[in-house]
Every structure is written in C-alpha cells, then in structure tokens.
Design a protein around this ligand. Structure first.
Ligand SMILES: C[S@@+](CC[C@H](N)C(=O)[O-])C[C@H]1O[C@@H](n2cnc3c(N)ncnc32)[C@H](O)[C@@H]1O
Length: 385
C-alpha cells in the first residue's frame, strides 16, 4: 500500500494507522515544508533496535557504552544506530569531556515525532518483551551509578569543605547567596543535598527555620556538629528525588553544588519546585559547562557543568520562571581546576501564586527527629544514627 504524505485523502488512513499526534506532526511539517526531514526521521525510527534505543534514552541520557549494556549489543552497531538517529534530528549528542551522552532532541520536528511515537509505545502499553528487558537493565545501570556516587560521599564527608574549596571561591558564592536573600523574610529554608550543612550555617541568621536533607549519613554527621548551636536548624536523611516536605511550604529551597552529582537533575528540580510556596524561590548554585573530564574520576561529578538553557527547561517544566543567572568568575584562590560558578534563581509562575500567600505563612516542613525519618532503600547507606 502506498501512502502519499502530502495527500489530504491519505490523512485519515495515516491517522488510523499511526495515531492523531503523528498526523498533527505531519501537518505541521507540511506547513513548514519539512517533508524530507520528516521522511528521514520516520525511516530512522522504523527499525527495532533504533526504536528500543529511543525508548531507553527517553528515560535516561546514556553514553554509547551504557546503551550497549542496556541493549546487549556491540559498540559499533549501537554507534551506527545512534548516528542515524542523531542525523535524523531525533537525538541530541552532548559532549561532556571525553564522554558523549545521547538524549532526546530538545525541539524540532524530530522531537515532535519522537513524542508521538513514544506516546504510542509507552502510554499505549505497547513495549515489546525486549523493551521491558531494556528497562530492567537500565535500572541496573542507574543503580550502579547511584551506588558509586553514594560511596564517594560517604568517603569524602570529613574533607568535603576542603574539596569544594579546591575549585571555587566559597566567599564569592556565599556573598552572592546572601545578596539574593537580601532583607527578605525567610520563614522556611530547605537545603537540598545539604552535605556538611554550610548553607544552613551561612543563612541561619536570616531564617526562622532551616532544614537540610542528604542521603549520606557521614555528611549528616558533620552537618550536625556544625549546626550544634543553631536550634532552629535541623538535618535529616532524605532523597532529593523524594523529599518528605509538605508541598507549597518552603520559602527558599537551595541546591548548592548538588545537581552535577545527580543522575536526573531535572527530576530534582521538579521535586524542589513542588515544595515551594507560591511566593517562594529556588536557588541553584552549580558550575557553568567545563571540560575537566578528570573531575568525574577524582570527584565523582556526573555532569561537567550546565547550560542555562538546560536549567531553564527544567525550571519551566516544573512551573518555575528563571531569572537572569548570576555568573561568578573562577576564584583566583581556587587551587585546582578553577571553575566558573553560576547562581540561578527561579520562582513559581504567577498563575501558581495566590494573593493571600506570602512569607508570613507558618513553616510546614515535617519536623520529625532524624531517627523517625524515612530511610531510603539505598543499599550502600546505613540508617542515620
Ligand atoms: C557536593 S555535595 C554538596 C553539599 C553542600 N550542598 C555543599 O555545597 O557543600 C552533594 C551532596 O548531595 C548529596 N546527595 C547526592 N545524591 C543525593 C540524593 N539522591 N539525595 C540526597 N542527597 C544526595 C551527597 O550526599 C552530598 O552530600
């Protein structure tokens, strides 16, 4: 059977075979005279391993090596498929030092088509047995990454403040944080991935109540002794992806040098956004893109910095509006791999705010003793003592 894409008489038939979303994409493409591009993308998708690759990469960005492990196929073969998918505009290729990560295209015809096809695969519950096996193997790749990161933080806790100072100027970053807070009244501050609790200590005299959350027992031990004198600050064990904090209760949430260690920074931003009061804000401090590949090996970095465009996409996806970033030049005092740090600030979109909400709201964070807190099922970590 031959279908002529440009023939309006064919469209109901295509809709029946492929679904309405694809036909809408086709129509958009026709309007944009991108038929060739569309046909190339359709051809690229129409191969079982490539469809499986798209399905897996829609869940998690991966390197070629990791995707080989998930698909159980050889590197040359997987590389060839990835090249086809990237050239067809379905995937973006992002270099991070010597590693290259593949992820779904950010926009364009390829992205529209990909969304439509994945809707059919995922929401239509069409995954094949091979696709289901892929997801199991993907979970084990992700678990290995998480275990390596957690082990690193357990081992580095006592020295973390000194390690951080190798790369950045704490003074410049901390001054920028204080400027952001200004004279605003902060009821509740949530420091996500608090580590040794430095951000809570820094902002303690500007807040009514501070809570730090971290997965690492060792980090939390250091934070507890640092915060001994601050009765209104507390730390507890918890996961950035599943914060046990009441939605809409936080005035300022901070992710200070946490995102570049995380497997899924977008999910962490979304979880943080969920905790924010309508007038609250999220402060993200992290590195601008850099090429110091060795920081993966030596310091457990997952991402070599972030583009503001990525932070914007994640914030917008979480219902936040991003302000202009504050760029903090590398510190002359930093002794190794001096890096540019960026402070991003985002607030809930206006439509989420209500007139009666404001900083007078009571702190609503669940304030249970540490021992009562839910313990993640992460295998490499002990419950907090
Ligand atoms: C680089 S340290 C930053 C600590 C602190 N914010 C600072 O700037 O000093 C990153 C912290 O994130 C924590 N972390 C990593 N993954 C986490 C997760 N899934 N949930 C909670 N904390 C996590 C680590 O244990 C570590 O303490």
């Amino acid at each position: 059977m031959t279908l002529c894409v440009g023939d309006s008489a064919s469209q109901p038939l295509i809709a029946k075979v492929c679904g309405r979303a694809i036909v809408d994409s086709i129509r958009i493409c026709l309007y944009n005279h991108e038929v060739e591009h569309l046909l190339g993308a359709l051809r690229a998708i129409a191969e079982p391993t490539r469809l499986r690759s798209l399905h897996v990469l829609s869940q998690c960005e991966l390197t070629v090596g990791e995707l080989c492990r998930v698909l159980g196929q050889s590197q040359p073969r997987v590389s060839r498929h990835l090249k086809v998918l990237t050239e067809a505009g379905l995937l973006d290729r992002q270099s991070q030092g010597t590693s290259v990560f593949y992820r779904p295209a950010r926009d364009g015809v390829g992205r529209q088509l990909l969304d439509a096809v994945l809707d059919l695969v995922i929401e239509g519950e069409q995954p094949t047995p091979a696709m289901r096996r892929d997801l199991d193997r993907l979970a084990s790749v992700r678990a290995d990454r998480d275990a390596a990161a957690a082990a690193y933080f357990e081992s580095i806790a006592a020295d973390w403040d000194a390690v951080r100072a190798l790369h950045i100027s704490d003074e410049a970053v901390e001054a920028a944080l204080l400027t952001q807070i200004g004279n605003d009244h902060v009821g509740t501050l949530l420091d996500i991935g608090t580590g040794t609790g430095r951000v809570l200590e820094l902002l303690a005299d500007r807040i009514d109540f501070g809570i730090g959350v971290d997965l690492s027992t060792q980090m939390l031990n250091v934070a507890r002794s640092r915060l001994d004198d601050f009765a209104h600050c507390t730390v507890r064990r918890g996961d950035v992806y599943n914060l046990d904090v009441e939605a809409g209760s936080v005035d300022v949430a901070v992710l200070h040098h946490v995102l570049h260690f995380l497997e899924d920074p977008a999910a962490a931003v979304a979880e943080a956004a969920h905790t924010l009061a309508p007038t609250g804000r999220l402060l993200v401090v992290d590195f601008a893109p850099h090429g110091h590949e060795q920081m993966r090996r030596e310091f457990g970095h997952r991402w070599l910095g972030f583009e503001s465009a990525d932070i914007r996409t994640w914030c917008e996806g979480a219902g936040l509006e991003l302000a202009a970033p504050v760029i903090l030049a590398p510190a002359s005092s930093a002794t190794r791999n001096s890096l540019t740090t960026v402070l991003w600030s985002a607030r809930p979109r206006r439509s989420r705010r209500s007139p009666e909400s404001g900083s007078h709201r009571q702190a609503l964070v669940t304030d249970r003793p540490v021992s009562d807190q839910p313990v993640s099922d992460h295998p490499s970590l002990e419950p907090a003592s």
